[in-house]
Design a protein around this ligand. Sequence first.
Ligand code: 5HY
Length: 249
Amino acid sequence: MRLLVVNPNTSASMTQRIGAAAGAAAGPGVEVVAVNPAHGPASIEGYFDEVFAAPGLVEEVAKGDGAGFDAFIVACFDDTGLEAARSAARGPVIGIGEAAFHVAALIAHRFSVVTTLSRSIAPIEANLVKYGLATRCARVRACEVPVLALDDAASGAREKLSAEIECAMAEDSAEAIVLGCAGMADLAATLARRHGLPVVDGVAAAVKLAEALVGLGLATSKRGPYAPPLPKPFVGAFAGLGRPTRRSL
Ligand code: 5HY
């Protein structure tokens, strides 16, 4: 099985860390390739960054579909461009946010999410409503560490994450924690041991769900909104995304 993990932001160092986390979670016989777009924001923190990350994400998934990858992971916790990416691929396309929410809901009645900055809270809350899991999430919190500072020891990221997890346990009665950023993937095991509760990382959750879906012989349904895009001209920066119409053949 060939799994393409797409980091929608353009920070290669983060792509490398995400790829390592995905590879560590992957089972035998699973080839993991991690990529990011050549254009777009260095990190995704809120709605503005999301909209400019989505085209590059979709382009990478479409290229991967053409190259024969069996499944795809959108490795941004906001699930940036997820639905559009499903229209661009035949295999399953899994967002790490949606994956983490479902996994947490299988092991806890109520979970809390700890993401990076407060500006990321609303998009994550909107996704919980969209996925039908808002009632299972006690609260979406932010540890106020910028995405690209997560791997900087001087940022105090682990301490700030731990403090927010303690608040979630005390104030939300959270039974499990969902890490709200792909860049937190390498912290899940340490934080689970430190705080004594399940901590779900969306990257690993998405990898195992992708394996399960491919193993079940399931692909993205093309009978509804995930059908391929209608042929039409795209002009300007996105000219490569359009497909020829009959008239232009
Ligand atoms: C992520 N941003 O997983 C999200 C997390 C966030 O660049 N990768 C990013 O803060 O919204």
